[in-house]
Design a protein around this ligand. Structure first.
Ligand code: NDP
Length: 253
């Protein structure tokens, strides 16, 4: 099945840490380095280190770090248009960048946090997808992976904004799948439960004690648990779409 991703060009957002970084490693390993990866995020030093690590591991691998702040959504189309020509055909788009900074109750929220979550998780993701879909439709081929969340299925106290961004993603993804059927695009949504990454620290503005408390009473997943599902989904035969996977820690309520 690994030959199905061999030689393909992948653009992944949020590649500098957590689930995104893990997806990059798992894709590279599954393709034995025969893959081209555009790794996007804001932290360039992380992306350069990732590139070096991959090139040390796989001689043939091609990696292009891309400085991309998806919340600065107006610059997304020009950033994509200015990719070097040999990187401009995207076979697989992975919308992974996301944040849950400021999980406060309504009435206590900071509007900067609200804006950050909607601009990153929704408007940035929509703009990037809207930019890439036309070339995929023109070729009648392409895979788009959306990293959602259990929060998109069910909200909770403090999750009014974050959960609604993931519910937006779910609804957007369903429409995109229906719109793309005649073009044979595969739209793959993967919804993680709790995964231990930097995410939980960002969520509490860097308060690591608070972040750890989130996992009281259960063991979170690790990033590889999610990236393995992403790679599995991408390596099915063309007529098979793993349309939605909900991936939970076995003891998460
Ligand atoms: P991390 O915080 O480890 O990674 C988030 C990634 O998103 C980083 O690479 C970060 O890169 C990038 N990112 C954040 N903001 C922006 C931005 N404005 N522009 C570009 N990139 C950005 O968290 P996870 O790996 O856990 O999160 C990945 C996805 O998984 C998110 O969509 C999240 O909502 C989802 N998820 C996570 C769960 C969890 O429990 N961890 C549960 C369910 C879903 P940089 O800062 O360098 O820009």
């Amino acid at each position: 099945a690994a030959e199905r991703i061999a030689g393909k060009t992948v653009l992944i957002t949020g590649a500098s840490s957590g689930i995104g970084e893990s997806i990059v490693h798992q894709l590279a390993a599954a393709a034995s380095g025969n893959i081209r990866l555009i790794v996007a995020a804001r932290r360039q030093s992380r992306l350069e280190a990732l590139k070096k690590q991959l090139q040390d591991q796989f001689k043939a691998i091609e990696v292009l770090p891309l400085e991309l702040d998806v919340s600065d959504y107006k610059q997304i189309p020009s950033k994509i248009a200015s990719l070097p020509k040999e990187w401009s055909k995207i076979d697989i788009l992975i919308n992974n960048a996301g944040k849950a900074q400021g999980l406060d109750h309504v009435g206590e929220m900071k509007i900067d946090d609200v804006e950050g979550m909607y601009f990153t998780n929704v408007i940035g993701m929509v703009t990037l997808t809207n930019t890439i879909v036309p070339q995929m439709k023109e070729r009648n081929s392409g895979d788009i992976v959306m990293i959602g969340s259990t929060a998109g299925w069910e909200s909770y106290p403090g999750g009014s904004v974050y959960a609604s961004t993931k519910a937006c993603l779910k609804s957007f993804t369903e429409a995109l799948r229906k719109e793309s059927i005649s073009n044979r695009l595969r739209i793959i949504e993967v919804d993680p439960g709790a995964v231990e990454t930097e995410f939980s620290v960002v969520r509490f503005h860097g308060d690591t004690d608070k972040a750890k408390k989130v996992y009281d009473g259960y063991e979170p997943l690790n990033a590889d648990d999610i990236s393995e599902v992403v790679v599995f989904s991408l390596t099915r035969r063309e007529n098979c779409v793993v349309a939605n996977s909900l991936v939970l820690p076995n003891n998460q309520a």
